[in-house]
Design a protein around this ligand. Structure first.
Ligand code: BEZ
Ligand code: FE
Length: 289
């Protein structure tokens, strides 16, 4: 197309997509281009606003490295990570719902026996909680030998890798379900914390007039060969920000209740939360649906 106008620009760019590209590339690009061009026209975007966005993206790149991906944070505060998760990981057989992984997972946490504590450093005013439950398959059978990684922030609102004063791998552990599919560990009642807002994601939060806070939660990654892995979080029913999470990751089904521990218990609180995971063999059922 020789003469580009407001009316033919979208057609010109879509027309530049080669016939040789995979069908999925075409589907994604064609839709993205049409929506992006329509959005620019709808808001009558100024050149200055476009340039501001380009500079902001450059700053997002500058602050990113192997341990920080600013683009994921940006997608989180726009609800895009949780939307990708909901689209890709729809529960098919009543298994426990997933939610976002977040940037603070670390591989190979300390392997701990059933019932052990993930607390390596005490904080004043902390409340300890024994978290127990059973992992079952979608038919209700307990699943033994499930690997469960758990991680959470400390009472100062920081994950251990953000805080030089916490021991390595503090508040992280890897557990395994026993012959009855049961798990058991001791943690700290999780507190709300701000997602990192000292970079481009923080600039966007300001632009949105939104806060950076997440409700108190414990992260879970549940894995066993032959089963669909589950990445999720349990939210404390009494925490703040359940109704206005900065990354939109709360689901009603993931809210757990912490109650006062019985007399003589070794923690302040207890919480039971059961999980349901899907056997991969059920994938055949989905294909047949
Ligand atoms: C988290 O829960 O750790 C988290 C999730 C999304 C963005 C930042 C943090
Ligand atoms: Fe978190």
């Amino acid at each position: 197309m020789r003469s580009i106008t407001l009316d033919n620009i979208t057609e010109a760019v879509v027309g530049a997509l080669s016939d040789d590209i995979p069908a999925r590339n075409r589907e994604i690009l064609e839709s993205a281009l049409k929506h992006m061009h329509a959005f620019m026209k709808e808001v009558d975007l100024t050149y200055e606003e476009w340039l501001g966005a380009m500079e902001w993206m450059r700053r997002a790149g500058d602050i990113s490295d192997d341990s920080r991906n600013e683009f994921i944070l940006i997608s989180d505060i726009l609800g895009v990570e949780v939307l990708a998760d909901m689209l890709d990981k729809k529960p098919t057989h009543n298994e426990t719902i997933s939610t976002v992984l977040g940037p603070f997972y670390r591989e190979n946490p300390p392997v701990l026996p059933k019932g052990a504590s993930i607390i390596q450093k005490d904080f004043e005013g902390q409340e300890t909680v024994r978290v127990t439950g059973t992992i079952r398959d979608t038919e209700g059978n307990p699943v033994p030998g499930v690997t469960m990684d758990v991680w959470e922030d400390a009472p100062n609102g920081l994950y251990e890798q953000q805080d030089p004063d916490q021991p390595d791998f503090n508040l992280r552990g890897r557990f395994e379900t026993d012959a009855d599919g049961a798990y058991d560990f001791v943690a700290i009642r999780p507190v709300p914390y701000p997602i990192p807002y000292d970079g481009a994601a923080g600039e966007l939060l300001k632009y949105m007039g939104h806060h950076p806070m997440r409700p108190g939660h414990i992260h879970f990654m549940i894995m066993k060969d032959g089963y669909k892995s589950l990445i999720s979080q349990i939210y404390d029913s009494e925490t703040e920000y359940l109704d206005n999470d900065s990354v939109f990751a709360v689901k009603e089904e993931l809210i757990g209740t912490m109650t006062k521990a019985p007399e003589g218990a070794d923690t302040d609180l207890v919480m039971t939360f059961d999980f349901v995971i899907r056997n991969n063999a059920l994938l055949g059922d989905i294909a047949a649906e």
